[in-house]
Write a protein that binds this ligand. Sequence first.
Ligand code: NG1
Ligand code: ZN
Length: 545
Amino acid sequence: MAEFPKVSKLSSQHQKPVGLVLQYGTAGFRTNAKLLDHIMFRMGLLATLRSKKTKATIGVMVTASHNPEEDNGVKLVDPMGEMVTPAWEGYATQLANAEQDDLLTALKDIIEKEAINMSQGANVFVGKDTRSSSAALSQAVLDGVSALDGHSKDYGLVTTPQLHYMVCCQNTQGKYGDATVEGYYHKLCQAFIQLTKNASNCTDDQKHLSVDGANGIGALKLREMESRLKRELQISLFNDGSKGKLNHQCGADFVKVQQKPPTGLTINPGERGCSFDGDADRIVYYYTDSEGQFHLLDGDKIATLISTYLKELLTQAGLDLKIAVVQTAYANGSSTHYLENTMKLIVRCAKTGVKHLHHAAQEFDIGVYFEANGHGTVLFSKAAEEKIQQLTEDPNTNDERKRAALLLQSTINVINQTVGDAISDMLLIEAILTIKGMTVQQWDAIYSDLPNRQLKVKVSDRRVIDTTDAERRAVSPAGLQEAIDSLVKKYKQARSFVRPSGTEDVVRVYAEAETQESTDALAHEVSLAVYRLAGGVGDEPKPLH
Ligand code: NG1
Ligand code: ZN
């Protein structure tokens, strides 16, 4: 086999710190930016191999999403814009952790296992977020691609979902859209205008939305597209990166976890606002009522709004398509109950991490998937898209059915089906509220969330916790699930589960129950059980009140 002299030469400029071990986590590698130069170079190599193997364009996004500014990370994007397949996550980990002298052996090992034809061409799209470390790190990715003589295109500053979109457009020869940022704006804005143009009952007040850009890339990109929406949607953009720090006291993760509005954003009582995360693949909505009470509309509320809207349109169009909602164990119990029992929709629970939800959603004609934290999108099967298309063209369709089919078609176009996308989700939500003439309060009133709490417990090795049933039950360490079961029994409408985080060195504890008080007590008691049975480190968890 060849000796790859260019890889040897360039990799010496991107040396791995001896002994450093990193794992491909829930959404790629993610840690302090100072530790990532060699990872980026090697992911450039891996993306090139993946491109040769699939004979398609592969994406590499440099971002650490909602993590602090000092961190960075990398995500690989497969040909249809989806997350890279699990077997290749394993290769990513092998390649990332090979010591400097073993790099070529690790590389050759992958080439052999996957029987990659090295004379095949390769094409890699690279994007980055606004972190100060991202420029040098994305250059390291580009170096990795060139070390294997791959072809690369540097998109520079783009949101994560924009890069996924570009990859999909490129590999479908433009059928999904134009593989340019301009093409992305054009497709989404056009669809949004189509959707909202006949909504007569929308006042200027209702057209106003405050957006918290988390001081990140989403703010930059929203600024670029804002003027195209002007008449239909009036956006006030806050935390646009001009002064504040990325994700600091703002952004979707802060709002969801703290259950309070971001700093730097002012909205009047009753008005709606939304927050993006640092790479604009997550969104949550909120408002404050006249008593000053904050109301969060998270991924579960978003999934409910979207699936209700789609179900209504399918009924109006007379289309018999199988629609389902995919959630994770973190979905609020009230949302699951409402979707199953009131909406009579199929609901599935998948493991945390959008790749699992995406996969589960692909099994239906229409799969609406959202994590509670606001990461999600809608997938339409090819057959569903064709049926909708046929209906719009059928001369025998009555007006009502045709209108519904046309709305469904524009809905498909406003959605970024490759991955959760804050900008696309925002446009879809705004369009639905406009079409239905619905206020944020009415949306919020569809169901009431059960009080819930998320806590973190530090343990010496979080891998001692193994789970089953889409992470809802712990199978190890011994006795932990039994302890959780007996604690849950003490409270009404209670549910709790624990799982090791895939992005942080902690065990996450989730609890919900009838009241906030019992929820907090349960979360604390379960944290103690984790601490005692799963090797807790540091101080014992303290009660919340
Ligand atoms: P982990 O750290 O594995 O819980 C978190 C989020 C996921 C997902 C990933 C990737 C929660 C409870 N977990 O994963 O939903 O978004 O980060 O960013 O919100
Ligand atoms: Zn993100």
